[in-house]
Design a protein around this ligand. Structure first.
Ligand code: CTP
Length: 405
């Protein structure tokens, strides 16, 4: 079950050309199990038809202050009470002005005034309008009411002008929506996550690596952000985009990863080593491409630093060391190997995962892990998406932080 399952989201669409983009947001939210009700202003209805949004949301769309079919109902009050989150996207300059000044001259503005749920506002407009001091003052005002505002993206707009004003992208909006529903148990933490494979160069065109895609580590970084943490992600080469709001440092080799981990360590309160670090690297990487020659070739290797072990050793000598979480990727003797690594690397928690099956391990969308902690606790987490698995890991970390296991 995702954080969004059965959540009731009221989506307010206002008069901006970006209205068509939120049609996709509705589909994505419904795929994640949300119930969506759409409210559209009169101007929004000029950009996109209510029929489109009714079909995509699976619910009637509300446009007027007065319900003609059920005159005894009071739509702005019943709609204001019946949801977990109000998302206003795209939010025009006009609507932001209404919100800032507490006007209730259309259904959406009246709902916002009457609503007691969190409100997320996603502005979209011409960049001169966005940058105008009046709009900026209105945004500051609604922020002071506790509304969360997602800054628009920069770029070319429908009016052909360039600058800030494009509706934020779906990934950023999704991260903000999840943040409103996620437990905020990492609010004062600085989480350092490593993810992905490392590449150990043999010559300028070849390297040793492994099939890690980084999905588990990126999910841990994204979900830590949703739970309120400041997040630094140190990533080997992957095809993934950095989660919104996460500082991402790209590295290639184990030695580069080690340097970055050690230089980011001072700020961290929790370190999670989800990266699949190569244990060995070619002893003498070649400056030029190695040419085809004899029938056999032997490649001498040297051991890479074990970054996690080094952290565990430092932890033995320091009282205030960050909480240390490792992974054990195993194809057999999972629990025995996991328990050995937990002890040898002096960890607080180890996530043991089976890299054998198609549903778990490298490249899979799902994972099935066992969590072993420093106090002898064991939790078998069922097969879940990597994002849900990450939340279960943060739940366990939360218990370790409060000593409430
Ligand atoms: N790790 C690390 N540096 C390495 C190797 C591993 O920091 N050079 C970390 C991984 O990020 C992971 C944990 O150590 O959190 C365990 O990694 P894993 O590959 O399962 O085990 P190894 O320690 O490499 O041991 P083995 O290869 O014998 O299974």
């Amino acid at each position: 079950m995702s954080l969004l399952t059965d959540k009731k989201i009221l989506l307010g669409i206002t008069g901006s050309i970006a209205a068509y983009k939120v049609a996709d947001w509705v589909r994505a939210l419904r795929r994640e199990g949300c119930q969506i009700t759409v409210v559209m202003t009169e101007s929004a209805c000029r950009f996109i038809r209510p029929l489109t949004m009714a079909a995509l949301s699976g619910n009637p769309v509300h446009t007027g202050m007065f319900a003609t079919e059920a005159p005894e109902t009071i739509p702005h009050i019943s709609l204001a009470r019946g949801h977990d989150l109000l998302v206003i996207a795209p939010a025009s300059a006009q609507t932001i002005g209404r919100l800032a000044h507490g006007l209730a001259d259309n259904l959406l503005a009246a709902i916002a005034l009457a609503s007691s749920s969190p409100i997320l506002v996603c502005p979209a407009m011409n960049s001169a309008m966005f940058q105008h001091p009046a709009t900026q003052a209105n945004l500051a005002t609604i922020r002071s009411y506790g509304y969360r505002v997602l800054d628009p993206d920069c770029g070319k707009m429908a009016c052909n002008e360039e600058g800030p004003g494009r509706l934020t992208d779906w990934e950023t909006a999704r991260q903000a929506i999840l943040t409103t529903f996620a437990p905020q148990n990492l609010a004062h933490e600085h989480v350092l996550v490593t993810a992905g494979p490392t590449r150990e160069a043999f010559d300028p065109v070849r390297f040793l690596s492994n099939p890690s895609t980084g999905k588990m580590g990126y999910a841990l970084a994204a979900t830590a952000g949703q739970r309120g943490a400041t997040v630094t992600l140190i990533s080997g080469p992957t095809a993934l985009a950095a989660p919104p709001g996460v500082r991402c440092i790209q590295v290639a080799s184990a030695v580069e990863m080690q340097e970055q981990v050690m230089s980011c360590l001072a700020a961290a309160t929790i370190v999670v080593k989800a990266a699949a670090v190569s244990d060995y690297r070619p002893a003498e990487p070649q400056r030029h491409k190695v040419k085809k020659g004899q029938a056999t070739l032997t490649l001498p290797l040297v051991a890479n630093p074990d970054i996690l072990k080094e952290l565990g050793n430092r932890k033995r000598k320091s009282a205030n060391f960050p909480l240390l979480i490792g992974f054990a990727a195993e194809s057999r003797n999972h629990l025995k190997e996991g328990a050995r690594k937990l002890k040898e690397k002096n960890l607080d928690l180890i996530v043991v995962n089976d890299i054998g099956g198609t549903e778990t391990g490298f490249a899979a969308e799902t994972n099935r892990v066992t969590l072993l902690d420093r106090d002898g606790g064991q939790e078998d987490v069922p097969l879940l998406s990597k994002e849900e698995t990450a939340h279960r890991i943060w739940d366990a970390v939360g218990r370790l932080l409060t000593g409430s296991r």
